[in-house]
Design a protein around this ligand. Structure first.
Ligand SMILES: [Zn+2]
Ligand SMILES: [Zn+2]
Length: 244
């Protein structure tokens, strides 16, 4: 299967990069990991019809990871209706937040604006799930104190991708990255630590314990971009396509 990097930037669009969005193209299945505000346009730029999308997995409910959903909804309502409901799988609270976001963006002053037919699936930490034939193991990461942020380990067609979501470095990444085909790990900072994100120094200290087949850094902030030639690990680029 193929992974299309639609957006590997941070919340601020650092370096002109799109916000979080990763498209997995498999046989008869198309799904997203995260859906930042720039995801629909990046998907179209990559040549994909959004109606083909089966599932959108969400790591957490920060705007740069889920605020692209309303654009998929209006695409379906006004331009290209879907024939099957879109499936959205995310952490507890996803459905209410997504509906409220759509209401805020496109609802009227007095009337509710309904989203197109959608099936919501709640992903609970450490509870393996099967979403439309895609196996996913969500586990909690350290990013928000008042809500659940997840890393997502996705298995399909004999391949495995571990996506960190947003998180401080946690040693559970070592356990879950063992043997996976790709570990897509956020790395917002190089040395600084202003928020709950991975910085490169923390990651580099554990590199010899990571046994994934491939490691790719994403969610890159300006400090990481300034140091991109000093890294021992590959970094993602918008538009990059990887064979997994
Ligand atoms: Zn983020
Ligand atoms: Zn976040």
């Amino acid at each position: 299967m193929k992974l299309h990097i639609l957006g590997c930037g941070d919340a601020f669009g650092s370096g002109g990069r799109n916000q979080s969005g990763y498209l997995v193209e498999a046989t008869n299945k198309l799904f997203l990991l995260d859906c930042g505000p720039t995801t629909l346009l990046a998907m179209k730029r990559a040549g994909f019809d959004p109606r083909r999308l089966d599932v959108i997995f969400l790591s957490h409910l920060h705007g740069d990871h889920f605020a692209g959903l309303p654009f998929f909804f209006i695409e379906s309502l006004y331009r290209q209706p879907r024939t099957t409901p879109l499936i959205i799988a995310g952490p507890p609270g996803t459905e209410a937040k997504v509906r409220a976001l759509f209401q805020t963006m496109y609802g009227g002053a007095s009337e509710d604006k309904e989203i197109p037919p959608t099936r919501f699936v709640t992903l609970q930490p450490d509870e393996p799930a099967n979403v439309d034939g895609i196996a996913v193991l969500p586990f909690r990461v350290t990013h928000q104190s008042d809500a659940i942020s997840l890393a997502l380990k996705v298995s399909y067609e004999g391949k495995q991708i571990l996506f960190s979501g947003d998180s401080l470095w946690i040693d559970r990444f070592i356990e879950h990255a063992a043997g996976v085909d790709l570990f897509l790990c956020e790395c917002s900072f190089y040395r600084e630590q202003p928020g709950m994100h991975v910085n490169y120094q923390a990651l580099a200290a554990h590199l010899d314990r990571l046994t994934c087949k491939r490691l790719l850094l994403t969610h890159l902030g300006p400090e990481m971009l300034a140091h991109r030639n000093d890294l021992a690990v590959a970094v993602a680029e918008d538009g990059m396509v990887l064979e997994v």
